[in-house]
Design a protein around this ligand. Structure first.
Ligand code: AMP
Length: 271
């Protein structure tokens, strides 16, 4: 396994799948790597905590960084290359002056409404990584449903020659979606955290049995989360293409984001 930290060392490999990550790898990330290995000859995993996607009051400085442990996991999985560039290599002109890529409208709802620069940071860095690695395929988790959707949109709109593969959410035994940010939770908060998924799951059951008063379902879910000490950001039932559904729609996704203390948790479930 090669560990590459500078751009001149990186050269295009044939039949490659890229798995972009911010490190602190857990089984959710590793499921993407396993899949990558099954769809391409070479697997590149990038580890880059991207400052462009963090707001000024967010957790860029404290985001968990476990590079050596991550390398061990990836070595065991038979990854070919870890690409772990410096910030100055990715943004040589500084972040403010850098060219960026932004998906309008759909990037401004849900997580984009409360984290206004988040998706601009994500689509820009993913674009840079695609240009550097030139993968044939790239894998992303459905855990970040809106992110996956926007990346697919960017690739389509800009005719980028890469196939995007989405992978199912990997959960802890109690239903909590795995996330590097789960490390921030206190013991008490960790015990509360699965309520986010339970609330989504309950709404999914009710949608499956034909309930279609989306506003009522959303309000009840928000009330349940507040009662459990969450500070909900949003809880929405949308069409899977992130547009607003009517009662005739059955292709639905439930998306939620909520803070538990200072930790932001997101989750979703397709119906
Ligand atoms: P991150 O390191 O959080 O930026 O995530 C890197 C990739 O892993 C993204 O495509 C995420 O959607 C994906 N990912 C993170 N958590 C999970 C999970 N629990 N299940 C599946 N994919 C995940």
């Amino acid at each position: 396994m090669q560990i590459i930290t500078s751009i001149p060392e990186l050269c295009k490999l044939d039949n490659t799948a890229l798995v972009p990550t911010m490190g602190n790898l857990h089984e959710g990330h590793l499921s993407l790597v396993e899949k990558a290995k099954s769809v391409a000859e070479k697997v590149v995993v990038s580890i880059f905590v991207n400052p462009l996607q963090f707001g000024p009051t967010e957790d860029f400085a404290t985001y968990p960084r476990t590079f050596e442990q991550d390398c061990e996991h990836l070595e065991q999985l038979g990854v070919d290359v870890i690409f772990a560039p410096l910030i100055t290599a990715i943004y040589p002109n500084g972040m403010e002056a850098s060219t960026y890529v932004q998906v309008p409208q759909l990037g401004e709802i849900l997580c984009g409404a409360s984290r206004p620069i988040f998706f601009k940071g994500v689509t820009t860095v993913v674009n840079i990584l695609f240009n550097l690695v030139q993968p044939d395929k790239a894998l992303f988790g459905e855990k970040d449903y809106q992110q996956l959707f926007l990346i697919k949109r960017m690739v389509k709109d800009l005719f980028m020659p890469v196939e995007i593969i989405g992978m199912p959410i990997v959960r802890e035994a109690d239903g909590l979606a795995m996330s590097s940010r789960n490390n921030y939770l206190t013991v008490e908060q960790r015990a509360t955290a699965p309520i986010l998924f339970q609330t989504i799951d309950n709404v999914r059951d009710r949608l499956k049995t034909g309930e279609r008063d989306f506003a009522k379902l959303e309000q009840q879910a928000i009330a349940k989360l507040i009662e459990a000490d969450f500070e909900p950001d949003y809880f929405k039932v949308y069409r899977t293409d992130l547009t607003i559904p009517t009662s005739n729609d059955s292709d639905l996704v439930i998306l939620a984001a909520a803070n538990l203390g200072t930790t932001r948790l997101i989750d979703n479930c397709q119906v």
